[in-house]
Design a protein around this ligand. Sequence first.
Ligand code: SGN
Ligand code: CA
Length: 539
Amino acid sequence: MKYFYSLACLLLLACNNSDDKVNSATNVPPNIVFIITDDHAYQALSAYEDHLIQTPNIDRIAKEGMLFEKAYVSNSICSPSRAVALTGKLSHLNSVRDNLDVFDTTMVTFPKLLQTGGYETAIYGKWHLKSEPKGFDFWEVLPDQGHYYDPEFLTENGEIKEDGYVTDVITDKAIEYLKNKRDKSKPFMLMYNHKAPHRQWWPSMEDLRAFKDQKIPVPESFFDDYKTKSPASKEAEMRIADHMALSADNKIHPDILEKLNYNEFLDWYEGAYLERLSRLSEEEQKAWQEVYGPINEEFESNAPKGQALALWKYQRYMEDYLGVISSVDRNIGRVLDELDNSGLTENTMVIYTSDQGFYLGEHGWFDKRFMYEESFRTPLLVRYPKLIKPGSSDKHLVQNIDFAPTVLEVAGVPIPEDMQGRSLVPLLNSDTVEWRDALYYHYYEYPGIHMVKRHYGVRTERYKLIRFYYNVEAWELYDLQTDPQELNNVYDTPEYAEVQTQMHDKLEEIRIQYKDASDSLNQDWIDKDIERLKSLGWD
Ligand code: SGN
Ligand code: CA
């Protein structure tokens, strides 16, 4: 792999950059703005798909840069994805396999390496790794998941509470850093991480009405019966119809649910809606009631049941989910404008991604976790005018293990040998690069919320092989060319016998390649891991 050394050359006197495209294009070390949103589905980002929402500001990053059409995560859940992004290593090697693990901050991370390479680093917004951020000169992060309204932040000086809407507040902090806080004699790396659009989807005051009159198209697979799939799909607790909370998620007052006898939904977060509502000021509550009051009245008079209820919940879910994204889009526009206004655009790499994808009703689901495309894939848009031609797109199989090496290469800081990803720099200005032909995936959080069973697998350009294990033993094989929605598991069908054998070989090979072949499927290891989750309250 080709490295370049700009700043590191000067610092380490280890320079060999004669034919280096990146280095010749710049002599000032570039800045990096790394944006990770939470649960932003590519189906709700108009640079990818525009049937649900327009996101002109986020799209601008791709219009002026590159859209990665095949970007994936390696374990579709928050804390693990963030640990992968920081370390460039997969979950079994980076100390965070699930949302209950605590990140080991002695790990080597790209922000720490950037600091030693002369960068100033800052993080504002979602962190969700439990231990205190390390490797950042400035940090103000949400405790755990954080709140949409009047959010608390953990800072070097303890916890503070801010007034306002979380997406605006995080952006204000990022802009304040860009404008006034940073040391202007140094290059910077700013992580600007949103809570939005995470569950339970509370739109800002400006967006309360945004999608309320829009009929949202229902995905074809909404009523999937999982006929050919393993029991893992049926047993997962993330169906909109059965597991989305009418009160906390869909914002129906618990009193109405009680009156209508919707008992099955009452024990699910019944207090959460009122608790969230109490965070709004009196004036905000009034504005909220003007929009959600009539929704509650309509629900009470129609009292939908069965399929009608499932479709009603989907519509309500999407109205709020998309509303929350509108604020993200607007705020990203503010940051891009700030880069323009301060003359930073040309020499700053902007990366936009999410910690994973999300189900917007596909297979009847919300949430993530599965290795199916909607949650395995994630948006990835990169702008860096010095290297990327505006309006480019890339179709290689890239993954969140690649983020850390990419940032390091762009910054001219050597990439540690044991990082498992590959720098995306060669893909930014060329499409004739020798690249990987498969991606590895491993999900561990079972037992846990939403009860998605442990599984691992491999995806090539055309096929996907998955094994669900622990309290189920099942394989699934998909032909993504003929069945992009993954409705037809062809494992053990005669037509695919040869493909099946090849995919098993590929899986073995990739497990060895990524060093996940020894411990994690060993029964003692699994037993211990299950004990850990049980001791934390799951069984
Ligand atoms: C919360 C959510 C879950 C979600 C996890 C993990 N429930 O527990 O639906 O899967 O976070 O999300 S909620 O009712 O409290 O919102 S993650 O993005 O942090 O991995
Ligand atoms: Ca997430």
